[in-house]
Write a protein that binds this ligand. Structure first.
Ligand code: HEM
Length: 197
């Protein structure tokens, strides 16, 4: 059964420019029963993760770009854009508040050992943000107060994302271990570094 109509059936320039055919062919639930409630829920789960990965990859591109600019004003604009992406990633997690834990449990075995804990992009983004000056300036460089504040806001945004993710995980799997083999909640709690008071 065709679930999604071909986005560039008429070869619109919009679809060609965004390469929608390729993009919209990538949501492939492993649930066999196409169009069923479980298939729909698994597709939702995949679409949420894929769109988060696209945003995370853009945030890394932005930080790499900021590192090339010696001008504080331009760098602050880029860092604020990354801050806006992180704020969206945080809100984006709330989408999965609309996935029933029981439904997730039904298709979770299909993930095998796949886990967000294996996301290279999130790992690279979070560790970059934890580096001195987020590596947009050398560690010992003097930075303006505005840039320092913009960079501190990124660290706070990562903590907010982690807290929201922790609450999501708690609702979804409780005390169960993660699919990447960690003990789940305890591990995720250990990653949350609250900023000093
Ligand atoms: C049903 C929803 C989710 C559950 C149950 C879940 C569960 C987990 C668990 C248990 C871990 C620890 C590693 C492991 O042993 O698997 C983890 C890590 C992680 N997950 Fe999720 N997750 C969910 C949704 C998401 C979403 C939507 C994203 C966004 C792409 C995401 C990204 C990550 C990242 C980046 C980590 C590494 C932890 C960090 O650096 O803070 N997860 N997840």
């Amino acid at each position: 059964m065709e679930q999604v109509s071909s986005p560039d059936a008429h070869h619109t320039s919009y679809a060609r420019y965004l390469r929608l055919s390729e993009l919209l062919s990538l949501q492939q639930p492993r649930t066999g029963d196409t169009g069923s409630a479980q298939w729909t829920d698994e597709r939702f789960f995949i679409a949420v993760h894929q769109s988060a990965e696209v945003l995370a990859s853009q945030a890394m591109v932005e930080l790499n770009h900021a590192a090339c600019s010696g001008d504080d004003g331009a760098t602050i604009c880029v860092v604020q854009r990354v801050g806006a992406i992180l704020a969206l990633l945080d809100e984006h997690l709330a989408l999965l508040d609309h996935l029933d834990a029981e439904s997730f449990a039904n298709f979770r075995p299909l993930l095998e050992d796949a886990s967000g804990g294996q996301s290279h992009q999130f790992a690279a983004l979070f560790s970059r943000i934890e580096m001195p000056h987020c590596a947009v300036r050398p560690p010992d460089a003097a930075v303006s107060r505005e840039l320092r504040e913009a960079l501190a806001a990124l660290r706070a945004a990562v903590t907010r994302w982690r807290v929201r993710h922790l609450l999501l995980v708690e609702r979804m799997i409780g005390d169960s271990p993660g699919t990447d083999g960690t003990d789940g909640l305890a591990y995720l709690k250990s990653l949350i570094a609250l900023p000093p008071p």
